[in-house]
Design a binder for this molecule. Structure first.
Ligand SMILES: *Cc1c(COP(=O)(O)O)cnc(C)c1O
Length: 353
């Protein structure tokens, strides 16, 4: 089965062997306060920083998902309000959870075909956290490095948190331009679901310590204190942390992965531009995602293409949110091989050209 679903997505084929090794090395029943776990955890943190180009002074944390990170950040870095800039379902959900916890939180919705309008943003000085989604998985848009830089320059005194769930470990993100970045491993990391990775700047940790919010098992200060010894506040997903270590050790540096994905994205966009019945959901090239390709078509055709593909052992991603029925999505993630995209293209050429 070829799987182009943008999460959970195809896992690296090596995961099978890594899992066997995890069992054989006894890592599956090792105590999370013991030396074997601490060594593993320290090694993974080193590999994450080295392979994903994360600044040395950023702090790495293990969580259970990106959704959990949304909550941790609102709980531990705001007492009053956050400000959410979004154009799709994931960004909007984060905003909604923030409003549930901190009713004064605000949201600003922008158009899917426009770059994030940094110039127009008015964010009051009592805002404690600015939040946005770097790669909106629901509609296949992304916020460029230049836009992030502009946001950073305009609101220098406010912490910025970035949901990079479907781009981290795929794109060479410039982490220095924001304080907090997080992702789940079932997207570009090519691993099974159940682990989130969060990177925080020294400034974010300073703020967390100042606020000293300790009301939750996953309060950021508590996580920070435990992570000083490469430990977690509660028993973590040790198997997935092990898989992450092995995967990162075997992967190239993020710069070359980014280059490969960028080239492949360009190729896929060109390919899907040639059909008359299918149309790229995002018209503005500038804001098109490199890791999630969204294609629009009449409902009947979308339905038929997905079914026909499945019959040929190809899983296309469903549309999401308002585009659930009149679009489908194709993940452009590192674990998926070039030859698999060639097969996907042959399928579309054969039936739809
Ligand atoms: C998948 C996704 C999430 C949710 O990830 P979970 O692991 O289910 O918490 C959040 N944000 C974005 C942008 C995503 O793509």
């Amino acid at each position: 089965m070829l799987n182009f679903y943008p999460g959970p997505s195809k896992v690296y084929s090596e995961v099978r062997a890594y899992m066997q090794d995890a069992y054989d090395e006894g890592i599956l029943s090792t105590p999370h306060r013991g030396e074997q776990f601490v060594q593993l955890s320290r090694a993974v943190v080193g590999s994450i920083k080295r392979k994903l180009n994360i600044p040395q002074d950023y702090y790495i944390f293990f969580t259970s998902s990106a959704t959990e990170c949304w909550e941790i950040l609102i709980q531990s870095l705001t007492t009053h309000k956050s400000f959410h800039i979004y154009n799709g379902s994931f960004g909007e959900k984060w905003c909604q959870y923030a409003k549930n916890l901190r009713p004064k939180s605000e949201g600003y919705k922008f158009d899917v075909n426009e770059p994030m309008p940094v110039d127009q943003l008015e964010i009051s000085t009592d805002t404690e956290l600015i939040c946005f989604t770097q790669n909106e998985t629901s509609n296949g848009t992304q916020v460029s490095a230049t836009t992030i830089l502009n946001l950073h320059n305009k609101f220098r005194d406010t912490l910025i948190a970035v949901d990079a769930t479907s781009s981290m470990a795929g794109l060479n993100l410039k982490l220095i331009k924001a304080d907090i970045w997080f992702a789940s491993v079932q997207k570009c990391f090519g691993l099974p679901a159940g682990l989130g990775i969060m990177a925080c700047s020294p400034r974010a940790i300073f703020r967390a310590k100042q606020m000293n919010e300790r009301g939750h098992y996953n309060s950021l200060v508590s996580m920070y204190e435990k992570m000083l010894n490469y430990q977690t506040t509660h028993t973590p997903n040790v198997l997935n942390i092990y898989l992450l270590k092995r995967m990162l050790e075997d992967r190239e540096f993020i710069k070359s992965i980014d280059q490969q994905l960028s080239d492949r994205a360009e190729d896929l966009y060109t390919f899907f531009s040639q059909f008359t019945d299918f149309k790229l959901l995002i018209e503005n090239e500038e804001v098109r995602s490199k890791t999630v390709i969204a294609i629009e078509a009449p409902e009947r055709l979308v339905d038929e293409a997905k079914k026909r593909a499945l019959y040929h052992n190809i899983r296309l991603g469903n549309g999401y949110g308002p585009w659930a029925r009149n679009s489908f999505r194709i993940a452009n993630f590192p674990a998926i091989l070039d030859e698999e995209y060639e097969e996907l293209k042959r399928f579309f050429l054969h039936y739809y050209a």
